[in-house]
Design a protein around this ligand. Structure first.
Ligand code: ZN
Length: 292
């Protein structure tokens, strides 16, 4: 009987999948669509176990916030799809301790907007949606050198109109980028520019040229980067805009975008990327749009 039980346990025990805590609940973007999309993009790989935690709604009282106390330490990766009110101090402390102790975070699109004045968060993300005087901005020059712009110089955070752009690899040896084309087409998305912050220890994985014809800067803006924080790491992924009511969700159905989310989370969780590059990955001038 005992050996049968043992056999059963061995036969049925799956390799432990990394656990992802996806935090959402307030955003000026359509989190009610993007959060299930992120969950589906990750779970479709069969590699991750995703749990969604929703913050209280905007304007909720203290009791509602007191009842929201995510246990970050039970997860490998925290994925932020959140642009809303400041978290309670105790949750911020838990979050900082999680990352400093070796936890990992993926900051998705407008999740670099909130938490002005939360010093540790701004240090983790490096470049955020802030005014020009709130910190450095950074871009990549044509020689591939990271250029920092001093606080107060140049523009504050912004973006041009939704349009098609190309994503360029800046670190081809990084596990997230390895094997991807050096440049690929990404449809109808918002390209942030002149983000501001401490911008320290930036490891830039990808950039995109910001086209002045669409309200951009004419510079190679950073779109994917990571920053160490204590023993942990924080990866910021700026593509992935979707307003409420916006019908065109090709940026989210882009095979390249979905691949970045999947590989980014795998790298954050395991330190490596075992997933192969999908056959439908976009090329320099060819989009690859998936159905849901
Ligand atoms: Zn947006």
């Amino acid at each position: 009987m005992g050996s049968f039980l043992l056999l059963f346990l061995f036969a049925s025990a799956p390799a432990a999948s990394p656990k992802v805590l996806l935090i959402s609940g307030q955003n000026n973007h359509d989190w009610e669509r993007t959060t299930p999309m992120l969950q589906s993009i990750l779970e479709s790989t069969g590699r991750f176990e995703v749990t969604v935690s929703l913050t209280p709604a905007r304007g909720s009282d203290v009791a509602a916030w007191d009842a929201w106390r995510p246990d970050f330490s039970a997860y490998n990766v925290v994925l932020l799809d959140y642009n809303g009110e400041m978290w309670p101090e105790i949750v911020r402390d838990d979050f900082e301790a999680f990352v400093a102790g070796g936890g990992a975070v993926l900051v998705q699109h407008a999740s670099n907007n909130p938490f002005a004045g939360w010093e540790a968060y701004e240090r983790m993300v490096g470049l955020l949606w802030r005014r020009a005087d709130a910190g450095y901005s950074a871009y990549m020059d044509s020689a591939g050198t990271l250029v920092r712009v001093a606080p107060g110089e140049g523009h504050g955070a912004g973006h041009g109109s939704l349009h098609d752009w190309q994503i360029m690899t800046q670190d081809a040896e990084h596990p997230v980028m390895k094997g991807l084309p050096s440049i690929w087409a990404h449809p109808f998305d918002e390209l942030y520019h002149s983000q501001r912050g401490p911008a320290e220890e930036m490891h830039v994985l990808a950039t995109a040229w910001s086209n002045p014809e669409h309200g951009g800067t004419g510079k190679h803006e950073l779109v994917v980067w990571w920053i160490p924080f204590g023993e942990g790491k924080v990866l910021t992924l700026l593509p992935g805009h979707l307003w409420a009511g916006q019908e065109d969700d090709r940026a989210w159905r882009c095979a390249g975008f979905q691949t970045l989310v999947q590989r980014g989370v795998e790298w954050l969780a395991t330190g490596n990327v075992a997933m192969s590059v999908p056959e439908d990955f976009p090329a320099a001038n060819t989009f690859s749009i998936r159905d849901w």
